[in-house]
Design a protein around this ligand. Sequence first.
Ligand code: WTA
Length: 655
Amino acid sequence: MTTGIKPAAREAIHVFLEENRKFPPPASFQSQAWVKDESIYERADKDPEGYWAHWAGELDWFKPWTKVLEWKAPYAQWFLGGKLNASVNCVDRHLKGPRKNKTAILWEGEPGDTRSLTYEELSREVNRFANVLKKLGVRKGDRVTLYLPMIPELAIALLASARIGAVHSVIFGGFSAESLRDRINDAQAKILITANRGWRRGKPVALKEAADEALKAAPSIEKVVVVKRGDHPIEFKPGRDLWWHELMKEVSDQCEPEPMESEDLLFILYTSGTTGKPKGIVHTTGGYLTGVYATTKWVFDLKENDIYWCTADIGWVTGHSYVVYGPLANGATVVMYEGAPDWPEKNRFWKLIEKYKVTIFYTAPTAIRAFMKWGDEFPKRSDLSSLRLLGTVGEPINPEAWMWYHEKIGGGRCPVVDTWWQTETGMIMITPLPGVTTLKPGSATKPFPGVSAEVLNEAGETVSVGGGYAALTKPWPAMLRTIFNDSKRYEEEYWLKWKGKAYFTGDGAKRDDEGYFWFLGRVDDVLNVAGHRIGTMEVESALVDHPAVAEAAVVGKSHEIKGQALAAFVTVKEGTAPTPELAQKLKDHVAKKIGVIARPDDIIFSADLPKTRSGKIMRRLLRDIAEGKTLGDTTTLADPQVVARLKDQYEEKEG
Ligand code: WTA
């Protein structure tokens, strides 16, 4: 049809139609949902402290709190005076009734091996491993680093560490030896827990080898506990290395839980920021548990008979909050899968849903885009009728992917909850409530009841309709408390922008005329590659660490599946030839320094980088080049020729 409408107008109509595509909750879903009407938003808003205290009251406390919130911006303390233990809330309290024999974890390894643990069995494992940690000299407040595949031992070790009051720090198995080493050293961890191998796409993941390499320069580690996953041979250092299964034989399955202050540390989780150094995000016990408990129950409308599967790795915050703490605090049955979605075939996830009769499925947009690309035939082969709710997290979901997910996976009957949150927020912050919210594909919709979020402009003024920065304007229970050993950075990165009045998320967002939030991606030097946060500075430091590199600038470019991919502009040192072989070496170098997730897609050699007269690299221009856009203003450049040359060179390469 030729309409004669100008492209810009057509685009505007398209955006309008897209933003106005609406999906009210299906009546059958709504009638059974925990939350059926909107009044809760107002009630929570009137008395947020009372509302959160009500949620905290659904947890088990050794000693009740005396004060709900103490807020001395930007430092929050929740449920002061209260004492509790996270492992008691995730395990012990379910042993009193019929949940005792309910399945807590349904695990499947990539090769197809399986294991299931009832809450009672999980309790025995957690207690045993808590005793192991104690025997190895771990005390309250000590840090324990975990570098494991997605196996039940990872969840067990988390809960065991929480049981004795140790602070866990999980490092995703895709990080390199150097990344592991730096994070161990930052946390000054005493114990490292790893495995002889993991599985990924049929190949071994050499965790123990990387751990050995890391430990050459991580003197705080006293003992290494190794989980045995098949017969993969490893080097064993006598005196330092110990087998998990042997240690577990020697201890009792009863271990008194440590009564923790509400504000005692539960864990540190490292994430990328705008400098080269990762930040150890600090989460404490009472508030965190309250936040993840509440959001798991209401966002996923979790019921006793649900089979819940969140595909995230426990190495990331999503795994902490929505594989372990949130669902287990709710007494849920949690599916855990170790490997890749396309192994041995591209239908592995759908086979798992059919096999375990999964009812709630939570995954990332990058995965959904890959599924779309692989084709409808794969989900079609499985019976997905057990599903009743779908979720996404990690990056903005494009409406096209949302629609595909809704139709092809959810059969058009399952609400899709697009949940926005961060490692720092600990819990889901902006999200639909599936029994209440009218969904709009591509929008994370509205703040969870009790959460205060706004879009602010640079000056910190509220933007009621339009674009700006996503900001959180009141403290929330699961918020980060600080950055481990770096409170100055905590204050500067999150609170300086609006002088302590609001938390700066680092995300751009716009609000539509119904108050819905539409997230637009990061506005800082943090990239989101396949749902993984990567700091451009980290990658740049890794590149300049290579002897051939003089200077490097890393930017994100759009990628069909990963959302964003890394493009690195590199200037080599005098006398070095910028060959394709060198480009390959540099990619490998980054993977070795940081991990495979940070390997750049493109290395573009350039004699110069575009700089302002004051010597600042103009990343905006590099982004435009990498995206193939027309170049913006280049008048502030010291040498405008540089970009023109780079652009030609890039286009030649792409073409
Ligand atoms: C992005 C993951 C749009 C965002 C839980 C945020 C999202 C960063 C969404 C945090 C979403 C996460 N829509 N963007 N639903 N969820 N993000 O710390 O940029 O790994 O700042 O936590 O992911 O990533 P992180």
